[in-house]
Design a protein around this ligand. Structure first.
Ligand SMILES: Cc1cc2nc3c(=O)[nH]c(=O)nc-3n(C[C@H](O)[C@H](O)[C@H](O)COP(=O)(O)OP(=O)(O)OC[C@H]3O[C@@H](n4cnc5c(N)ncnc54)[C@H](O)[C@@H]3O)c2cc1C
Length: 544
């Protein structure tokens, strides 16, 4: 199980030499662990904080082909990621949902009618888009009808096309859970600190620290892969001074508003004042908007959202939509760092989103750049590099058709039928329709396990409004390595971002004490867990 229950015993049992150690538990590391495990390599993944706590919980949460990269003529990149959208969707249908996107075209905007028609046509072509999801161009009248909130002045027409919406952190967790079912060993809260080398100067292990106990651990392996996202260069420096290309970080923020403040009928992709593009995405009771793209050199753990970032987003929304919004309306926010490859003379938004692999003299393989969407392809390339270094796969299996844990639905109809069945099963235990739908879109067919836990509480006579979330938490402790309250309320459920109204002091205390009981936390650990979440809660509406 991907769990911190019996963590010490699990760690003590790891005495073997692995084929591969992956440093970093974001989507890149998770994808590599899955690809490696599926090919029969013995793989260990270590993450210094929680899984997906870096960039992989702070993106726009879209599985998209990067339409805007067409402007930069990155045809190969668009071809690869646009095609990959459908693979990611088919492997996790519950978590990757088709989302219609409207692209309005304004006189004087960065895209004209002809260029947009051509770009969307090319996007369909490069992405191998299915007939029913191909783009549609709309005249001005239809655009207004589709999204009545759009500013009408200078509006010319628009394009309607399909992308996919996901939850980045959940995608990372599901990839890790799947890797674990294929034999990968994955731990959060273990930090790689240094490398071990053989007499030939080649890397053959990692010196790490268990951040929970403070214990030092040495792991042995034939290959070490650095998938540390924004920290890739820091890890490279521990091995040797990075040669050649280096990373340049850019920051992107998102703001969350109550749906009533930005009640758009559907997702929008629109021009900004400075020639960039921005998304506005409705989701249940909120609408989130982003993003920015500015060079960043500050601390990497928790990049803050500045007042300037907020003003930039608000200015661009109010320029495009007939809404009245202010800083005080923001209910949550997040800020992430893109680990991009530095190119002399290019602005933040001009830097390529392509991934890049670096191999050091001692054999450390580092990967950076890329997109959430392309995680599977990046992992394939990295494992090909491993094989070039003489460590051979044991099977030819691929991740192309590897359904992620919980995603075993062959069609939308099958998924809908499952949801209806679960709603029926939950009537007796008074779980709302909305709750069941939420669970299925988070955990897919694993919802069965959560419902079973709810029945267990009921059978023990525990019947109150917190039972559903308590059941969900129990599942995440047992199968998703939750260790702190923030792991659960931010990375496993995104409640901090999308359902903030549910968070009360009383609920936090109940959930935190369940985590404490299940994992044997000391009083200090319980207090630290609460404090850490309170800080994240405060930060998410603090703009400096
Ligand atoms: C604002 C924004 C919006 C984006 N939107 C999209 C989008 O909509 N769609 C899309 O496809 N892509 C998007 N991206 C890109 C995508 O999010 C990233 O490419 C991806 O998440 C990077 O994942 P990663 O695993 O490489 O890095 P990370 O997720 O940062 O993972 C690296 C991990 O390494 C860990 N680590 C670091 N040092 C150590 C160590 N010493 N020991 C152990 N672990 C360590 C970190 O804690 C971290 O968890 C967006 C990015 C940003 C910033």
């Amino acid at each position: 199980m991907l769990s911190n229950q019996n963590r010490s015993a699990q760690l003590d049992a790891l005495r073997e030499t692995f084929d591969i150690i992956v440093v970093g538990g974001g989507i890149t590391g998770a994808g590599i662990a899955l690809e490696a495990a599926i090919k029969g390599f013995r793989v260990l993944l270590i993450e210094k904080n929680d899984f997906a706590s870096g960039t992989s919980s702070r993106s726009t949460k879209l599985i998209h082909g990067g339409l805007r990269y067409l402007k930069q003529l990155e045809l190969k990149l668009v071809h690869e990621v646009a095609r990959e959208r459908f693979v990611v969707y088919e492997n996790a249908r519950h978590l990757v949902r088709p989302e219609k996107m409207l692209l309005p075209i304004y006189r004087g905007g960065s895209l004209g009618v002809t260029t947009t028609t051509m770009a969307l046509w090319l996007y369909d072509l490069l992405g191998g888009v299915q007939k029913k999801e191909k783009k549609r161009m709309l005249n001005k009248h239809l655009v207004e009808e589709t999204e009545p909130l759009l500013n009408k002045e200078n509006l010319l027409s628009g394009g309607l096309y399909v992308e996919y919406r996901t939850d980045d952190a959940r995608l990372t967790i599901e990839v890790l859970k799947t890797a674990q079912t294929k034999g990968a060993v994955c731990f959060n809260y273990i930090e790689a600190q240094n490398f071990k080398y053989g007499a030939d100067g080649r890397i053959n292990g990692v010196e790490a620290v268990d951040k929970i106990t403070g214990k030092n651990i040495v792991f042995a392996s034939s290959i070490v892969i650095n998938a540390a996202g924004p920290w890739v260069d820091i890890i490279r420096k521990k091995d040797e001074a990075p040669k050649g290309k280096k990373l340049r970080l850019t920051k992107g923020i998102h703001l969350v508003f109550p749906y009533s403040k930005i009640p758009i009928s559907q997702a929008l992709y629109f021009d900004t004042n400075d020639g960039r593009m921005m998304f506005a995405i409705p989701r249940q009771n909120i609408t989130y908007v982003g993003t920015t793209d500015t060079f960043y050199d500050g601390e990497k753990e928790n990049p803050c959202v500045s007042k300037e970032d907020v003003d930039y987003i608000i200015d661009n929304i109010t320029k495009t939509l007939q809404v009245s919004i202010h800083t005080g309306d923001i209910v949550s926010s997040w800020s992430g760092l893109r680990p991009l490859i530095y190119e002399e003379g290019k602005s933040a938004s001009e830097l390529s989103r392509k991934d890049e692999i670096f191999i050091s003299t001692s054999g450390l393989i580092s990967i950076a750049g890329g997109k959430l969407t392309g995680y599977r392809k990046m992992a394939e390339q990295v494992i090909q590099m491993v094989e070039k270094r003489g460590i051979n796969r044991k099977t030819d299996a691929t991740t192309h058709r590897q359904i992620l844990v919980g995603g075993h639905f062959k069609s939308e109809d099958e998924l809908s039928a499952y949801i209806e069945r679960k709603i029926g099963e939950c009537r007796q235990i008074e779980i709302s329709r909305e709750q069941v739908v939420n669970w299925v879109y988070r955990y897919g067919s694993e919802t069965d396990c959560i419902i079973e836990k709810t029945y267990n509480f009921y059978n023990k006579g525990i019947r109150n409004r917190n039972v559903p979330i308590m059941s969900e938490l129990m599942y995440c402790i047992e199968k998703e390595s939750v260790y702190t309250l923030a792991d659960f309320l931010i990375r496993r459920t995104a409640i901090l971002y999308f359902e903030r109204e549910k968070i009360t002091t009383e609920l936090c205390q109940i959930l935190n004490s369940i985590i404490g009981e299940q994992l044997g936390h000391s009083e200090t650990e319980k207090a630290d867990s609460l404090r850490e979440f309170e800080e994240a809660y405060r930060q998410s509406i603090l703009f400096e």
